[in-house]
Design a protein around this ligand. Structure first.
Ligand SMILES: [Zn+2]
Ligand SMILES: [Zn+2]
Length: 187
């Protein structure tokens, strides 16, 4: 972790008290470079950050696919401009964790779409596609109590199915339902 956490910064998203409410075992202050935040704490912090940063959440909510890109780590959050230290910290933690989960999910589930079977390598050629796939959280991140388990919580989806999985704004469509829809529409 290369970004400092300073609960006393003006314009902080989370107050020191709010951070304490998330975890009392985590040492929030004084900030130290390279200090680790536990997985469970990071998940809570992330969920809290989403709730308490309405402006950012609203922007993200405009495009649910982008939420996925951010939470799944498809976007390099380090290049997303941000002026507030804490937001950067949380997003950095989130980014590193989702990259690790993403690699693990691909190892476990492969790079073919879990809903329709589409394989980018087959269609665009391995040289160009380079095992491209999007990794999707089966349930919204805010529902996670502890850590994300790449085996049960993450699935590979092609861009089309990923868009369809997030078509309903208030809920994530189950993969089983997507498969049924595809089958039904095909007749
Ligand atoms: Zn698909
Ligand atoms: Zn998704």
């Amino acid at each position: 972790m290369d970004i400092l956490l300073n609960p006393y910064d003006e314009g902080s998203i989370l107050s020191y008290e709010e951070l304490e409410a998330i975890s009392t075992s985590q040492r929030w202050s004084p900030p130290a470079s390279g200090e680790r935040i536990e997985e469970g704490v990071a998940t809570k912090l992330e969920a809290e950050w989403k709730l308490l940063a309405p402006d950012r959440s609203e922007t993200i909510a405009e495009d649910s696919l982008q939420v996925d890109d951010v939470t799944h780590g498809d976007i390099d959050e380090k290049v997303v401009p941000d002026t507030e230290g804490r937001k950067r910290l949380v997003r950095h933690v989130s980014y590193e964790r989702s990259q690790k989960n993403r690699r693990e999910a691909i190892k476990l589930h492969g790079t073919s779409c879990a809903a329709c079977g589409f394989d980018f390598d087959d269609t665009y050629g391995k040289d160009y596609a380079d095992s491209y796939i999007q990794i999707h959280h089966i349930k919204p991140l805010s529902e996670y109590e502890g850590e994300v388990d790449p085996e049960t919580d993450l699935v590979p989806l092609c861009a089309n199915c990923h868009g369809m999985a997030h078509k309903r704004r208030d809920t994530v469509t189950p993969i089983k339902e997507l498969r049924a829809l595809i089958e039904e529409a095909a007749g």
